[in-house]
Write a protein that binds this ligand. Structure first.
Ligand code: ADX
Length: 199
């Protein structure tokens, strides 16, 4: 069968409005950026559970899980990280057109990568959440034992050690997980999400 390069236009924004009316919530992407070990996954999952308990429909896409499934073919070069982010942003665009609240948890180390995601999803449906903890705190936490492997020379191009993490210039919200307790961080994130998604 021939590929149809001129499909009938399908206006995602119109569909989004209609679905949002059905499920009474606004589709929006909360893109959590930060170092490995900053707390992105924990906060994403906790906030998602809170949302689900309140009856909202929400999805978490986490770098580690995505990299073991749909993005299995990608590594950690700049090109691969770009592609990793691009694919997740494209999936995100589809999910939010269904009115779904999407929380993405991915390092997204460069400004241009975050701009890429924002550009695909659309400025008004995208919030950059900077999960901020100093590298020494992340290394001390070493939840996955990765920093120890980096120091032993077993992992190269590790973000924050021998590969750059560019701090967000103007994130929509910053959550300082080395200052706040976990409960305070989750509550801050939840409130921020709720303001954006309430119908
Ligand atoms: S991103 O840079 O492309 O946004 P992503 O969030 O998907 O990264 O994946 C990061 C996760 O992969 C980390 O939390 C860590 O568990 C694992 N990882 C393995 N190697 C690296 C590396 N070189 N740099 C960063 N994270 C790595």
């Amino acid at each position: 069968m021939e590929y149809n390069s001129n499909p009938i236009p399908y206006d995602l924004e119109i569909v989004k409005e209609l679905k949002e009316k059905q499920i009474r919530q606004r589709g929006h992407v909360f893109w959590m950026t930060g170092l490995s070990g900053a707390g992105k996954t924990t906060l994403a999952n906790e906030a998602a559970i809170k949302l689900l308990k309140k009856g909202y429909i929400c999805q978490v896409l986490d770098g580690d899980i995505i990299r073991n499934s749909i993005n299995k073919d990608l590594g950690f070069s700049t090109d691969d990280r770009n592609e990793n982010i691009r694919r997740v942003a494209e999936i995100g665009k589809i999910l939010i057109s269904n009115g779904i609240i999407l929380i993405v948890s991915m390092i997204t180390p460069r400004q241009c990568m975050r701009a890429l995601a924002r550009g695909i999803i659309g400025d008004c449906f995208f919030s950059e959440v900077y999960v901020n903890a100093p590298i020494d705190v992340c290394e001390k936490r070493d939840v996955k034992g990765l920093y120890a492997n980096v120091r032993a020379g077993r992992i190269k191009n590790f973000t924050g050690i021998d590969d750059a993490y560019q701090e967000p210039i103007k994130p929509d919200i910053t959550i300082q997980t080395s200052v706040l307790s976990q409960a305070e961080s989750v509550s801050l994130l939840y409130k921020f999400i709720h303001e954006k998604i309430k119908y």
